[in-house]
Every structure is written in structure tokens, then in C-alpha cells.
Design a protein around this ligand. Structure first.
Ligand code: FAD
Length: 401
């Protein structure tokens, strides 16, 4: 049977959470989850894997163990979407039709966009916490830094998942050097195409103090343009406001932590469900597609004006579930549930220190805790290290939170 009531594309954070919540309802729909990977990752842990706090295995489980009872897992990859005919194509050559479609394929990492990067990863001190296989190498390189060395950290000009992750590993590296007693003997540099360290002033002020404390050198308007692995050189473009290249600057390095350029997955970008920037064109509040009412999207692939984080997915999932079921029951969103843009970014600023940035649409800060979370806190670090992973595996992916 190639026709299904609900098809969910992607069995990551968003796909599994939505599937689990749908299956826990009174009259659950028939569900197929299309997901190529047999492993499920808790990516927020990769920052701490890169800092040697956890082994990489702590962030991975078998996908099969998280397919909710009653849902079917199809281990395949979607390669094309045809929303006018309610069908999609898989790499395995199948045509699948659906009544309702939930798009949750995450974000695409475009490593190949920076010349020299792909060939250099995992050697010459070139690393990235954005890949499971590379996060342990970050830790290895960090430990090998010695007086006189230079460590560089980059952020691309595209949207990224977890906007804080390019910085977190830098603060952990700087703290690690401090703990080893060589804080001023290794140069630490941050390169960002932006002109501010963080989009929300209340959190930016705290981060500026952190940068000052560690003696980190920040380079605004700089974007990584090339990696010369064997020579251990990184080439940056200094750009003006219009994005024109003013100057090329070469920095030698011993450690280079790269966050790759990112985009919507190709099969989304090349389909009719995409907006002008390639993301799934959904209503920012109902998460329903603006042209195809039987399609919903959430997570990193959705075109939402908020940060792409797992924390955002936790608030989006019940909205998609409620609205999809309402459409199924009434044929329209008579009383839709609305997402407020909530996202949170736990900015690790050192071993045992964390600034929990929480905000909603309009970059308006909010707080789930009766504390001033713009300050660095040990309690929030412990939340990230122990509480959130437990919550993820045991409640969120089970459709209970
Ligand atoms: P994912 O969880 O990435 O899942 C997408 C799934 O879709 C994958 O399983 C993939 O295999 C599958 N897929 C892709 N293409 C196809 C296709 N064509 N067909 C079928 N399936 C497909 N978030 C936080 O909230 N807090 C943090 O501290 C945090 N830190 C992070 C640190 C790092 C280093 C990274 C990389 C991420 C971090 N995140 C954090 C972000 C968080 O992991 C993501 O925002 C979240 O996983 C998004 O969920 P998703 O379901 O949209 O995407």
C-alpha cells in the first residue's frame, strides 16, 4: 500500500516528537515515517562531546527504539515532492501518496561550499561539532593546543541550527586553556559575518563580558572563504554591508572550528513548497503551509523567523499535532493552536557556566525560570548536562512533553 494517512518526512527531533504525540491521541491516524538513518542523535550534546565532557556514544540511540508504537518506519530518503498531487518520490524508487504531510527533514550542511574544507576535516586541526564523527576530534585538537598556538572559530552568513553553537565551543576551549594554566599563551579568535555577537542585547552584553574575560579577539564582517589544510591557513573575506568583498585575510591556525554554510534540504528547495529562501513556506503561527493546507512543517526546515533549535521544536510539535487533527476532523482549522516563536539557546560560557537565552517572535526575551537568566549560571549548565538529555529521550521523543 503506497498511500498513507499521515506521512512524516524525517525521523529526527521534530519527526519523532510529532509521530509520538499523534499516536498518543484517542483516535490516532495511520502514520509512516520516512527516515534514512538507523541512528537518532541528540545533537545538543555535541558541544559537550567536543569539550570532552561526554563520549560521542552518549548522544546516539537506535532509531528503531524511538519509532512510536503503531507508526511504521520506512528506511528511505525523500528525493522529490509533488504537493499538487499529494505525492513524493524516494531514493528507493517508491512513489508515496498521503492525505497529510509533515515535513521535518532538518537543515542541510553544505560542507562543499568552502573550498578545501571537506578534504581538511578531521586532520590539520580542522574540526566541527556539527558532525557526530568530528566532535571527538574537536576535543583531541583542543587538548593539543600549546603556548604560541592559535585557535580560530567561524560562523557562516547563512542561517544555522543552534545559533549559539559556533561560540559555545570557543568559550569551552578558552576555559580549558585557563584551567591548564595557559590562558594568555594561545590566541583565540572568533569570525562572524555579523556586526553583533548575539541578536538580543540583554544576552549580547553578558557575552561581551565573557569575551573580555577570556581575551578573545572578535572579527566582525568576516566570512570563511577557503581552508588550506596542509598549510594550516584559513582565508577570510572581509565584507561591506552589501556583501561585497573588501579584502582577503589569511590567518594561520593550529585549531580551526568551522560551522558550515547551511540551507534547506535540496528536495525542499527544489519543490513547490519552498519560499523564496528555500525553507518550507508555512504560516509562522499555525505551522500550516500557506498554499497546501494538508502540509505542515516544523523544526529546522520550516521557514520561521526564529532560532532553529530543538527547544523550538518542543513548542512547535503540539501545535502541528493539534492543527493537523483539527483539519482531519473538521476539514479546516476552526480553532487553531498557535506557536509564539519560542526558542531557546543554552549558551555554554565555560565548564559549569551557562547563559540560557529564551525568546519568542520579535526577539523578545522570556524566561521559564524565576531567575535572571541573562547571567551565567551553574544551575543552567547542570540543566543542559543532565536534565535536558533525560527529558529528550524519556519524555519529548515519547510524546509526553
Ligand atoms: P533533525 O533533528 O536534524 O532531524 C532531521 C531528520 O531528517 C534527520 O534524522 C535526517 O536523517 C532526516 N532527513 C534529512 N533529509 C531527509 C530526506 N530527504 N528524507 C527523509 N529524511 C531526511 N538545539 C537546542 O535546542 N539546544 C542546543 O543546545 C542545541 N545545540 C546544538 C549543537 C549542535 C552542535 C548542533 C549541530 C545542533 C544543536 N541544536 C540545539 C539544534 C537541534 O539539534 C536542532 O534544531 C533539532 O535537531 C532540529 O530538529 P529537526 O527534526 O528539524 O532536525
Amino acid at each position: 500500500d503506497r498511500h498513507h494517512e499521515v506521512v512524516i518526512v524525517g525521523g529526527g527531533t521534530a519527526g519523532i516528537t510529532v509521530a509520538a504525540q499523534l499516536r498518543r491521541t484517542k483516535n490516532p491516524p495511520e502514520i509512516v515515517i520516512i527516515e534514512p538513518s538507523d541512528r537518532h542523535f541528540y545533537q545538543p550534546l555535541w558541544t559537550l562531546v567536543g569539550a570532552g565532557v561526554f563520549p560521542p556514544e552518549a548522544s546516539v540511540r537506535n532509531e528503531a527504539d524511538y519509532i512510536p508504537p503503531g507508526a511504521t518506519w520506512m528506511q528511505d530518503r525523500v528525493v522529490a515532492l509533488d504537493p499538487d498531487h499529494n505525492q513524493l518520490q524516494t531514493a528507493g524508487g517508491q512513489t508515496i501518496r498521503y492525505d497529510y504531510l509533515v515535513l521535518a527533514p532538518g537543515i542541510q550542511l553544505n560542507w562543499g561550499q568552502i573550498p578545501g574544507l571537506k578534504e581538511s576535516l578531521g586532520q590539520y586541526g580542522v574540526t566541527s561539532n556539527y558532525a557526530y564523527e568530528l566532535a571527538p576530534y574537536t576535543w583531541q585538537v583542543m587538548q593539543q593546543l600549546k603556548p604560541g598556538d592559535r585557535a580560530l572559530f567561524t560562523q557562516p552568513s547563512t542561517p544555522v541550527k543552534c545559533g549559539g553553537a559556533p561560540q559555545k565551543i570557543m568559550y569551552l576551549t578558552a576555559d580549558h586553556l585557563r584551567r591548564r594554566g595557559i590562558p594568555d599563551q594561545v590566541e583565540v579568535h572568533f569570525f562572524t559575518p555579523g556586526v553583533v555577537i548575539f541578536g538580543i542585547p540583554a544576552f549580547a552584553r553578558t557575552l561581551e563580558q565573557v569575551i573580555e574575560r577570556y581575551g578573545i579577539q572578535v572579527h566582525f564582517r568576516h566570512e570563511l572563504a577557503e581552508v588550506r589544510g596542509p598549510a594550516q591557513q584559513a582565508v577570510f573575506h572581509l565584507k561591506d554591508e552589501q556583501g561585497r568583498v573588501l579584502e582577503e585575510r589569511v590567518f594561520p591556525f593550529n585549531m580551526l572550528h568551522v560551522v558550515p554554510p547551511q540551507s534547506a534540504p535540496d528536495f525542499i528547495r527544489n519543490s513547490k513548497v519552498a519560499n523564496a529562501d528555500g525553507w518550507v513556506d508555512v504560516d509562522p503561527y499555525t505551522l500550516q503551509h500557506v498554499r497546501y493546507p494538508n502540509i505542515f512543517a516544523l523544526g529546522d526546515a520550516a521557514g520561521l523567523p526564529t532560532a532553529k533549535t530543538g527547544a523550538a521544536v518542543r513548542k512547535q510539535a503540539p501545535v502541528v499535532v493539534h492543527n493537523l487533527l483539527q483539519l482531519r476532523e473538521h476539514g479546516a482549522l476552526v480553532a487553531p493552536r498557535k506557536y509564539d516563536g519560542y526558542a531557546s539557546c543554552p549558551l555554554v560560557t565555560g565548564y559549569g557556566r551557562l547563559v540560557l537565552a529564551e525568546f519568542v517572535y520579535g526577539n523578545r526575551p522570556v524566561s521559564s525560570f524565576p531567575l535572571d537568566t541573562t547571567k551565567e549560571r551553574r544551575s543552567m549548565y547542570l540543566l543542559k548536562k543532565y536534565v535536558l538529555p533525560w527529558l529528550y529521550w524519556n519524555l519529548m521523543l515519547r510524546g509526553k512533553a
